[in-house]
Structure formats: structure tokens, C-alpha cells
Design a protein around this ligand. Structure first.
Ligand code: FES
Length: 166
């Protein structure tokens, strides 16, 4: 019997248990379990990691280690407009790093963070399959291609409740 206090909602806990059961509580399926849990919750809060650890019968530190190692996992809720900058090879060689830096400068957040207003979060991804448009960024499901750092402020301004326009 675990003494861990679970603060996430009961129904969310049940759903995570169900996801673990789908993978037969197999520790070798940890990454798949975490993917599906993140798809469901939108992120992987500590309490969710504890449920996964408990179900898969592995230390919470191991789950935390995996979540923090892979950039596609996030421990914080995404913003209303999640921004993902592709850092795959084609995008990288066409200047994705400068594009990413410009998002960081304008929003004043790092990769993996959400801004104070909760509107924007920033992530970097591997190839999103639109290499012909490199460098590429996504805001939600909208794709922006052939980006240059100078484009970023204008793109963010499309989300007209953005503070950076004021
Ligand atoms: S490398 Fe960026 S879309 Fe393929």
C-alpha cells in the first residue's frame, strides 16, 4: 500500500491507471505510458508521475529522470497557444536556432516554460515532416514555414491578446 498523497483528480488518476493497465504495467513501456498520459493530461505533473511509478512498480526518481531527459515531455501545463520550434536537421541548418532564440527573447521564457500569462509555452521538436518549409514552427496546429527571426514578433501579434503588442 502506498503512502503517497495523490493530489490530481480521482478521475485523472483512474485514467492513468487505465493507461498503465493498457501496457500491462510493464516498466519497459514507461515511455509509451508517459506519452499517453501526457496526451491525456496535456503535461506530466509530479503527481501523475507518482501514479505511473506506483503502477509500474518502479522508483518515482526513474520516472522523473525519463520525463526530464526527453524534451517532448513537459512537467508544466502548456500555454493557450503552445509554440513548437522544429530543431530537426533541415530546420537547424536553415537557422531554426535563431528563430527559437527570438521566441525566447520576445516571450521571455525558455524552452519547456509557459509565460506568466499562461498564453504561450515554448517547446522544441524534432522533424515535423515539413522540411521543404524549413525552418518551421507550430503554434497549436498551425504551421509557419520559411521563418526568419524578424517574422516572429508579427506572428505572435496574430494572437491579438498578446501582451507583446502593447
Ligand atoms: S527538420 Fe524541420 S520539418 Fe523536417
Amino acid at each position: 500500500m502506498s503512502s503517497i498523497k495523490i493530489k490530481i483528480k480521482k478521475e485523472n488518476r483512474e485514467k492513468i491507471v487505465e493507461i498503465c493497465n493498457r501496457f500491462h504495467n510493464n516498466p519497459g513501456e514507461l515511455i509509451n505510458v508517459l506519452h499517453q498520459t501526457q496526451d491525456f493530461l496535456g503535461y506530466l505533473p509530479a503527481e501523475a508521475q507518482e501514479v505511473v511509478a506506483e503502477q509500474l512498480n518502479i522508483p518515482t526518481a526513474k520516472v522523473y529522470g525519463v520525463v526530464s531527459f526527453y524534451s517532448f515531455f513537459s512537467m508544466i501545463p502548456k500555454g493557450k497557444y503552445p509554440i513548437s520550434v522544429c530543431m530537426g536537421t533541415a530546420c537547424y541548418v536553415r537557422g531554426a536556432e535563431k528563430v527559437l532564440d527570438e521566441f525566447k527573447n520576445i516571450l521571455k521564457i525558455k524552452v519547456g516554460e509557459t509565460d506568466a500569462s499562461g498564453k504561450f509555452s515554448l517547446a522544441s521538436l524534432r522533424c515535423v515532416g515539413a522540411c521543404g518549409l524549413a525552418p518551421v514552427a507550430l503554434i497549436g496546429s498551425k504551421v509557419y514555414g520559411r521563418l526568419a527571426p524578424d517574422d516572429i514578433k508579427k506572428i505572435i501579434s496574430e494572437y491579438d491578446d498578446c501582451e507583446c503588442n502593447k
